[in-house]
Design a protein around this ligand. Structure first.
Ligand SMILES: C[S@@+](CC[C@H](N)C(=O)[O-])C[C@H]1O[C@@H](n2cnc3c(N)ncnc32)[C@H](O)[C@@H]1O
Length: 428
């Protein structure tokens, strides 16, 4: 029943508003499988959270923080449907009222009815936050980092719908044969880079793409493929993927026939790579270890290191709209502290003339250039290398002092930051 869907969706939303990730909440409830509509509502509320809350706050006499959480969730879903879907207004109102009654909140039925009847389908948010569907603090930080003109033209890209990009697994099939297989199934695609990255015109379940079971491809954004491409890999090099789980970039590394050590502190995330490892035919074992210390190290330096660091994930808001609700500026200092500790520890295990690529999916300078800056101040042997990615390749690549900031977009996927560092020989 539709109002049961509202009940289930509101439960999910409450979990997300309490801090659980959207993906985890969906997985636990099994709702992802149960109903595409529930999924659309919960994702939709998160995507439009700031404008929907602004309109609700304008209508409700009670401050939103004082509303009963279930009532708040039902109202968010109702306002979202009224403003961002073509659902019939009277149906949305009556089903929401029915749903709140079934949730044993009889006394709130009048409020739900009164509030939803006042919703303006053409509401124009007054705040920047509502206009751009982003938290105020994030807009301020991006403005300070990239300037007013840039953010006015590019803020909207943070909420872009993300593409489905594939990386051809060259251990299994040549790019040309894979392209031919897509064409034979009338799947429309664009080749993005070096024939091995394609973007599908219409996203679809991975399992229905030719060669899924045979492991012909991995699903990976074009932007997420860049850090490994910057490592100048050759067969037999000794490579460390220091924050490897769930293994997307480690599989890309393994296609190059390198001697890989993959490390991650989180065994649950690491276990996720097992199925993918057998599907792709790329043997990956992620060792449990903390890359801020050297307990896991055998003492032999690495020729290449990938540090795909844990971060605020502010470049992934298009795909994970809950990130903009969960992140707070107060979290950034701890993230930066961990990034600096990871980078300085890993610098010690890099061979002379070795290359380290530092990557995050954050758009914030404090997690990116500022981290590299701290390493460079503390170590005389840090040499910043030019990147192969170039602003002319894509409109939203911004050169920074040490690396490059790639903004999210609907062609290449999530936003990323990259910097490439070489350990220079000491001057004699
Ligand atoms: C951005 S994710 C890595 C994604 C992965 N490289 C991929 O492409 O699939 C960051 C990872 O860092 C791990 N991590 C966080 N702190 C760590 C630490 N001190 N040592 C090792 N791994 C850590 C997290 O468990 C998480 O899996």
């Amino acid at each position: 029943m539709r109002n049961d869907d509202i009940r289930l969706a509101s439960r999910l939303l409450i979990r997300v508003l309490r801090g659980e990730s959207l993906e985890a909440a969906m997985e636990v409830s099994g709702a992802a499988l149960a109903s595409a509509r529930i999924r659309a509502w919960v994702y939709g509320v998160c995507r439009h959270y700031f404008s929907v809350s602004e309109q609700l706050a304008n209508i409700c006499r009670t401050p939103l923080t004082k509303l009963d959480r279930e009532v708040f969730a039902v109202l968010l879903i109702g306002v979202y449907q009224l403003t961002h879907s073509d659902a019939k207004p009277h149906a949305v109102v009556s089903e929401s009222v029915e749903a709140i009654k079934r949730m044993h909140k009889q006394s709130a039925a009048f409020l739900v009815n009164a509030v939803l009847r006042k919703v303006d389908r053409d509401f124009r948010p007054a705040s920047l936050s509502g206009k751009y569907e982003l938290p105020e603090w994030l807009i301020e930080k991006l403005r300070a980092a990239y300037g007013e003109k840039f953010i006015r033209s590019h803020l909207a890209c943070l909420n872009s719908r993300m593409p489905q990009c594939l990386r051809v697994n060259q251990r299994k099939i040549s790019p040309q044969d894979f392209h031919a297989a897509l064409r034979s199934q009338n799947i429309d695609f664009t080749i993005l880079r070096e024939d091995t990255t394609v973007r599908l015109r219409d996203p679809q379940p991975s399992r229905s793409i030719p060669g899924y079971s045979e492991g012909w491809f991995a699903v990976q954004d074009a932007s997420a493929q860049m850090p490994v491409r910057e490592l100048d890999l050759q067969p037999k090099l000794r490579v460390l993927d220091a924050c490897a789980a769930p293994g997307n970039k480690a599989f890309q590394l393994l296609e190059h026939d390198v001697e890989l050590t993959a490390l991650d502190i989180n065994p649950t995330r690491s276990a996720w790579c097992e199925t993918e490892s057998s599907r792709l035919g790329l043997p990956l074992v992620i060792t449990e270890g903390d890359a801020t210390n050297k307990c896991w190290w055998d003492g032999r330096p690495f020729d290449r290191i990938l540090l795909d660091a844990p971060c605020s994930a502010t470049g992934t808001i298009g795909r994970h709209p809950d990130v903009k609700i969960h992140r707070a500026p107060g979290q950034l200092a701890a993230l930066q502290d961990r990034q600096v500790r990871l980078l300085s520890n890993l610098w010690d295990v890099l061979a002379l003339e070795g290359v380290l690529v530092y990557a995050t999916c954050s758009l914030l300078p404090e997690e990116n250039d500022a981290v590299i800056g701290q390493l460079a101040v503390a170590n005389k042997d840090v040499r910043i290398e030019p990147l192969n990615v170039h602003p002319s390749e894509r409109p939203l690549i911004v050169s920074r002092e040490f690396g490059a900031q790639i903004f999210p977009d609907s062609d290449w996927g999530d936003g990323f930051y990259l910097a490439k560092l070489r350990k220079a020989k000491p001057a004699s």
